[in-house]
Design a protein around this ligand. Structure first.
Ligand code: AHR
Length: 320
């Protein structure tokens, strides 16, 4: 064919029409995301952040709530594999038991990104990246705050009750380990009771009631692995006729608005921040993975410690 001006014009017009037709428009990235559940104020903020970031980036997000059950997460991941999503992301409710399903995702050539919580797997190539906090450090920060507080009252001993997160979950295991490490050198700080409150307010209250029943005024400190359990426990302490924040020091983790409100009322002494706003980082990482770019295996989050003394000043800046 001779390359005439008319031919070239025709070809350009045809190309424009093809590119504009829906069948040829760039396909949006599809991410299948399995969320732990809706157990806490933190989790609500985390879900909102992920949905919001996906919407803003024009990502097609398939969201599944696992209601705190690993079997629901395994089912959701299998369904994402069957739907041939571009990327699978999930926040694993517990650390172990993921090898089989993650091998299935790998065999289907679907990259997996972990957010918030880590997994223990035999083969680290089963996921491409883990975006989330350092839970051991959070536990250490809580323990260090208490150790510093004790130094100001050197002759006093402190009996601690601990409300643990979901059994077998990374934050429960790591926050316990970090806290123990930070108080290990101080014989005046002693954990006298420890039980799971499953990261919920209702369970936190229920378990604290049981602690108060058996230990009563013997309790000097509550260490809660999240703010929701601390807030539930505060209610139990008040119902027992004691003053949370004074008769019983309350130390917790997350830094949600509810904790700041409790600090401003003098009922909670310190919250260690755990940032749930992981949505933008997750979406950027998924886009990079899809584009074939290398991504860091571990992406951490910067976080602070907020004692009650700074609560009123910091409260207006809180985003969750
Ligand atoms: O995995 C993060 C933890 O899970 C948060 O501390 C807690 O509030 C949530 O439920």
């Amino acid at each position: 064919m001779r390359l005439t001006r008319r031919n070239l014009l025709g070809a350009a017009m045809a190309a424009t029409l093809v590119a504009a037709s829906p069948a040829f428009a760039a396909k949006p990235l599809t991410i299948g995301f399995s969320q732990v559940g809706a157990e806490s104020e933190w989790r609500t903020a985390n879900t909102a952040s992920i949905k919001d970031a996906a919407r803003k980036a024009g990502v097609n997000l398939k969201f599944a709530d696992a209601q705190q059950r690993q079997e629901n997460q395994v089912k959701a991941i299998r369904s994402f594999i069957a739907q041939r999503v571009d990327v699978i992301a999930f926040s694993p409710v517990v650390e172990s038991g993921w090898d089989t399903v993650l091998r299935e995702a790998k065999a289907a050539k679907i990259p997996v990104i972990l957010t918030d919580r880590a997994v223990k797997v035999s083969d680290p190539s089963l996921f491409v990246s883990f975006i989330g906090s350092d839970f051991v450090e959070e536990g250490r920060r809580a323990g260090r705050w208490l150790a510093e507080h004790q130094k100001k009252n050197p002759n006093r001993g402190y009996n601690i009750v601990e409300l643990q997160g979901t059994v077998g979950s990374a934050p429960a295991l790591d926050r316990k380990a970090g806290f123990l490490e930070a108080i290990a050198a101080n014989p005046k700080l002693k954990i006298i009771r420890s039980q799971t409150g499953d990261f919920t307010r209702a369970k936190g209250k229920e378990v604290m009631e049981a602690f108060l029943k058996s230990e009563g005024k013997n309790i000097n400190v509550l260490y809660a692995h999240n703010d929701d359990m601390a807030i539930g426990a505060i209610q139990a302490i008040e119902e027992a006729g004691l003053k949370p924040g004074k008769d019983i020091l309350v130390v917790s983790i997350d830094g949600v608005k509810g904790a700041f409100e409790a600090m401003m009322m003098g009922k909670l002494n310190v919250t260690v921040e755990c940032n749930p706003l992981l949505g933008p980082q997750l979406i950027q990482t998924a886009q990079a993975v899809k584009a074939g770019q290398a991504v860091p295996k571990r992406i951490t989050v910067n976080e602070g410690v907020f004692p009650a003394e700074v609560a009123a000043k910091e409260f207006p800046n809180r985003q969750y």
